[in-house]
Ligand binder design. Sequence first.
Ligand code: HPA
Length: 248
Amino acid sequence: MLAFIGGTGLTRMDNLDLIERHAINTRFGEPSAPVVEGELDGQRVLFLARHGDPHVLLPHQVNYRANLLALKEAGATAIVAVNAVGGITPQAPTGTLVLPDQIIDYTWGRDMTLFDDPAAPLVHVDFSWPFDAALRNALKEQLSAADLKWNDGGCYAATQGPRLETAAEIARLERDGCDVVGMTGMPEAVLARELEIPYAMLSLVVNPAAGKSTHEITMAEIEAVIHDGMASVCQLLADFARSYSPQR
Ligand code: HPA
């Protein structure tokens, strides 16, 4: 079943008709919220609020391992993860949706693997291409059909937060080749890979990253972009759920 992980600004999908809430306890504890199974335009999907419902968990407090295991247990066979990001390069102006094709992990101290049982065989999972190509292509088709500003590809920088970056940090990320910056892409993406669940990210640019505009970054500015942007994302995901078939 197709699953969505909602980030900042997407704690609930108003267009999702509830079927069941799965309260799942994993070997790593409880996920951020119950996994919601529901119907989106007649299609059965799963939804998980990454930061909890209500939104209470900071990016470094999210139990990513429990979240991914809970989604797997609930029957997720593909995951589209939605997140709010800062825009670094001209490819990522505020209000744009970006479909990243690469990621660099700058986080630290997070539980970032499911393979940490000393009794289990050693596994180094391939992560050269962190996002599932077929799922990205399906999302691209949907984005092309929608009247939205979007960008195919880009490198997502996963930072630790919860503070925003310094201008020097953003300049460094840009030199590293990053286009957008967020706080939750890792270890979420790699855990999906470890579980062999196709995973793709849909990032809404909600502010120019630090040093990329002449003014201070305010929550009010971010919230205004999120308000309109996430409404479009909900519509896009409903259309996507209707057209998506995992066999393609
Ligand atoms: N930096 C990191 N994470 C973010 C930002 C940002 O500028 N905006 C939204 N999430």
